[in-house]
Write a new protein. Sequence first.
Length: 264
Amino acid sequence: MTELRVCSYNVRYANPDEGHDVWEFRRAGVTDLVRFHAPDLVGFQEPLPEQVADLEEGLPAHRLVGRGRRADGDGEACPVGARTDRWTITDRDTFWLSETPEEPGAAWGANHPRIVTWARVARAGDEGAEGGGRGPACYLFNTHFDHESARARRESARLLRERVAAIATDAPAVVVGDLNCRPGSEPHRILTDGGLRPAAEAADVTHGPDTSITDFRGPIHGRRIDHVLVGPEVTVEAFATLADLDDRGRHPSDHLPVLARLRI
């Protein structure tokens, strides 16, 4: 089996009204954290195009793919990154969480379009990797559910469950993202009843706070809304919520990244 370290990180959009927590002062902390923990695969939520460019510059070991949620490709994205020394992206796409997944748009009471970006990866250097991969492979699905509409979260979970089953037919699936819901909530149950398992519950070893939300100064406990979910073929060895502080002594985002050590 092959070890696979997967991270999910909501980096907070570049809000110009954030005072001393504007993106300019946070971006090095975000990329330094990811570089230190060196996940094989990472899913980011909320970055605007200029933030994606900063992530690409600050994470030279990773290749990022994805697009913004608006029709013109702008707006918040859910990019997927893969370490190029270990993994080759062999396929990728983005779909919308709506009644018309192939077309940009919002649905089910959400005020903004919501998307899923996915990538199929195969071990770098394996024979045939560029053409589909003959060695170990997996799919990573990255998303950000709506924060206002309960209906949107439920329907998004149903659509995501269906799409994961339809797309990841030849390799195991891993789903990451800010689901804006806690373990045991209805959207979470829809996903887990569909065969996905919460890495935080399946892990032999867990570490870190019981939350993934911060006020930049410290964790706000009891609010784990960022998740890693895995298919039945995936072994979960460890799960951590990373509470690293940056050189300002603050968290680089209002979310804590979560990281799972898996085997496929």
